[in-house]
Ligand binder design. Sequence first.
Ligand code: 2M8
Length: 423
Amino acid sequence: MTPETHRRLDQEARRILAANDRGGYTVPNERVYPFQWNWDSAFVAMGFAMFDEDRAWRELETLFLGQWADGMVPSIVFHTPADHYYPGPTAWGTRHQPPTTGISQPPVAATSARFLWERAVDRSLVRDRLAALFPKLMAWHRWWHETRDPDGSGLVTVTHPWESGRDNSPDWDAPLAAVAPTVSVGALRKDNKAVDPSERPTDDFYDRVMTLVEEAKALGWDGIAVSRGLSMRVCDLGVQCILSRADRDLLALAEELGRSEDAATLARWIARSDAAAARLRAPDGTYRSLDLRTGELAPCPTSASFLPLYARFATPDDVEAMSSLARSWWDRLPYGVASCDPGFPGFDPLRYWRGPVWLVVNRMIADGFAAHGLDDIAARIADDSAAMLATNGFREYFDPRTAMGLGGHGFSWSAAMWLSWLS
Ligand code: 2M8
């Protein structure tokens, strides 16, 4: 990459974050997603941290204004009204102020807080902010480990595909097939008017996921009742790994702050999750999501199958299996890392989480390979990611065959990945 391209990407990434900044929080992309999204903000904070530490902390602090009394941090905080997104606050029927959804998203925030802390120019200036955020992070992790794992199995439950962040992944095909739709919401959708419908989930998908919302509403959004009672209950490999990594990062922060009781609790949660991880390993050695209702593993590896490296619970055999898997995908597709196994019959290089490449996942996968000494794979993922941005802009996701940009334009987390990882 020429220094000129590098400068151009730096400027463009900062311009995007500034344009999507709503004062304390950042929208992923105004046209498609006009509110604050949970894991988007955790990644975006890392981008801000490279040039405005105060603004980076504010991104996380504002996200936690949406935290529920039971510790749950919602997938979306609807700080200000906007009528061009469906489903908005009314469809969720929750009671929180500011209005929020009733489901969560992958818990990246503790990892982000550690990133901010470790890069702080003067830690004494941000210690109070970290100390104020810590109990909120701890409460959220407790919600995952207790409310979303009421039997203490070590595997946490997601009850909705949107909770995984990997919305229409093949991981949800079988669990969603078991959800009998009771609503028909195709006409209410806005997303497929803002973006080419071939790059978005189907109407049938929306009917089923909104049926899950109706089920949770009928349970009054009670945490344990939802966890035990919804017709979709899956241990999502992505959330399981991201939580396990975030537990480790939160433990490091607990030690920094001298919170020894919390550190001990986190160490217990980590040990319990590590012990349960083998249940997610398929006979071919790849990790998958697990349908907790049927005991079935997901039908194919996805980009989440590399995240045990990021979580840090992978065994030496796993490391070997994951590096072979990554190399075999590059034999079929020039740009890594596809969100779904290219050999799976349902692989679709254009449709959202069923094939396209997502830079935030790439960052986590590259982190995992680098931590296990596989610097060549980590470097190739970074090179592919930078090439996609340089040739096609800060798009939401990319076609792994051609690097063509897909979904929304001027996307905040893609800009943040450039600034905090690739630049
Ligand atoms: C996508 O999800 C939202 C629902 O939360 C949607 O499709 O309407 C996903 O890619 C998710 O991971 C992401 O956080 C969100 C905003 O970028 O968009």
